[in-house]
Design a binder for this molecule. Structure first.
Ligand SMILES: [Cu+2]
Length: 435
């Protein structure tokens, strides 16, 4: 008798990277020694350490850390669902081990090692997690000659910035931008996920020489420890210029705090993402998208240096951690208010495409594809399209090679398991908030 475990979205190396969202798995009894079904217990190999998993027989019912089931001797697989057990994330690849034991039998349990790979608070990362992230980022930059230069190019000229800012698509575009970068980092080291900078809290470990660097002079020169590969960072020039206006060891940036941000767009159950045309900024209801100004913009302008200005901001790696928190706040707001259905006006106002009546600018309507991944060039799109197509991964089904604004909304696959984009946050659970 032999038990086989197989989880959807396995990569070419046979590895699975899970989030808090349930994915399909199959357990199969092979070479049975009788025609009787075999009772099994599905669980975690070690409940005391590593990432933890939970299991269930349907996608909609709550999952549990153990599941009792029965395997038919016919060889037909038993379909179950498996997810990371919120908030018990992995800290290294393969440290979440699923186990299937046959009840009352001496056979050793079948196991499968996976990773519950989630985006974490940068200030709380273990040194090994931090160093894996830095090493992957430094490799992507490769002294200025690596793929990172295309990410820098995507956020420089005005036509490019127009695709991504001061419009309803701001959050979707940046969600795709971060995910694109994260997938490139994961090609270098599959255990890496983007960390976020909680700009409404002090982050002394982040602004340190062994992480994103410490500001040494009034000119904003950043210094790194001798083992930090970011000391070779190069974009338009060498090094990084960043001068915080606040004490990074003790203070947050000059931003609205998280609780205030989550109430943007109004109170549950009426909270709105956007109220439509910005032609009347005075009378229109303020939706959650106004977080583009505060806390997002204010997090940028809490510094002097590259991070302060949209055209230079991605020269500083801090940009991606800042935006990861912006994206996390959106994800948290979505969870809090159940805003995963793009067909609902409360989730997204401009639900057509750029040619629909009442459309907003190209790239900011729900059905518009996003530059540069759509490879559309020429005004009002920019003249070239780096990072085309969007990288697909075996680890998650979505988005496709040319993501639309709307493809970024149900990133957790709450309404459509095919929309799962394969990332999540350590403090934002899957699914809909409890009433
Ligand atoms: Cu920004």
């Amino acid at each position: 008798m032999r038990i086989e475990i197989d989880i959807d979205n396995e990569d070419v190396a046979g590895r699975n990277y899970l989030t808090w969202a349930p994915v399909r798995a199959r357990i199969t009894l092979l070479e049975p020694d009788s025609a009787d079904p075999v009772d099994i217990v599905v669980g975690n190999e070690d409940a005391s350490r590593g990432g933890q998993l939970e299991f269930g027989t349907s996608r909609d019912a709550p999952l549990k850390p153990t599941l009792n089931a029965s395997l038919p001797a016919t060889g037909d697989p038993l379909e179950i669902f498996v997810a990371g057990d919120f908030p018990k994330a992995s800290s290294s690849d393969g440290d979440a081990v699923m186990q299937v034991a046959a009840s009352g039998r001496p056979d050793p349990p079948a196991t499968k090692a996976v990773m519950v790979r989630v985006r974490k608070n940068a200030d709380d990362l273990a040194p090994a997690e931090r160093d894996r992230f830095i090493t992957a980022l430094a490799k992507l930059n490769d002294h200025g000659s690596g793929l990172f230069k295309d990410f820098r190019a995507m956020h420089r000229e005005q036509l490019a910035l127009d695709q991504a800012h001061q419009g309803a698509g701001f959050l979707s575009w940046h969600r795709a931008y971060l995910l694109d970068l994260e997938r490139e980092l994961q090609k270098i080291d599959a255990s890496v996920s983007l960390p976020y900078w909680r700009f409404d809290e002090p982050a002394p470990n982040l602004f340190a020489e062994d992480f994103l660097g410490r500001t040494r002079s009034a000119a904003g020169n950043i210094v790194f420890s001798s083992t930090n590969l970011l000391r070779f960072w190069q974009t338009d020039g060498a090094g990084i210029t960043r001068l915080p206006g606040f004490d990074v060891r003790t203070d947050p940036a000059f931003v609205s705090d998280q609780a205030t941000t989550l109430l943007m767009g109004g109170a549950k159950p009426d909270a709105i993402f956007d109220s439509g045309p910005r032609a009347d900024p005075v009378t229109r209801t303020r939706g959650f998208e106004t977080m583009e100004g505060d806390p997002h913009g204010r997090a940028h302008t809490s510094f002097q240096g590259w991070i302060q200005d949209p055209g230079t901001a991605p020269r500083d790696p801090l940009f991606f951690l800042l935006h990861c928190n912006v994206d996390r706040l959106w994800g948290m707001w979505q969870w809090f208010n159940d805003r995963f259905d793009g067909t609902q006006p409360k989730t997204f106002f401009f639900r057509g495409t750029q040619t629909s009546a009442g459309a907003t600018r190209p790239g900011h309507n729900l059905g518009d594809t996003m530059w540069p991944w759509n490879n559309v060039t020429g005004p009002p799109r920019p003249s070239s399209a780096p990072r085309t197509p969007f990288p697909v991964t075996a680890s998650a089904p979505a988005p496709g090679p040319a993501p639309k604004v709307g493809d970024m909304i149900d990133y957790h696959g709450v309404l459509d398991e095919g929309a799962l984009a394969g990332f999540c946050y350590d403090d934002v659970p899957y699914g809909v908030a409890p009433p």
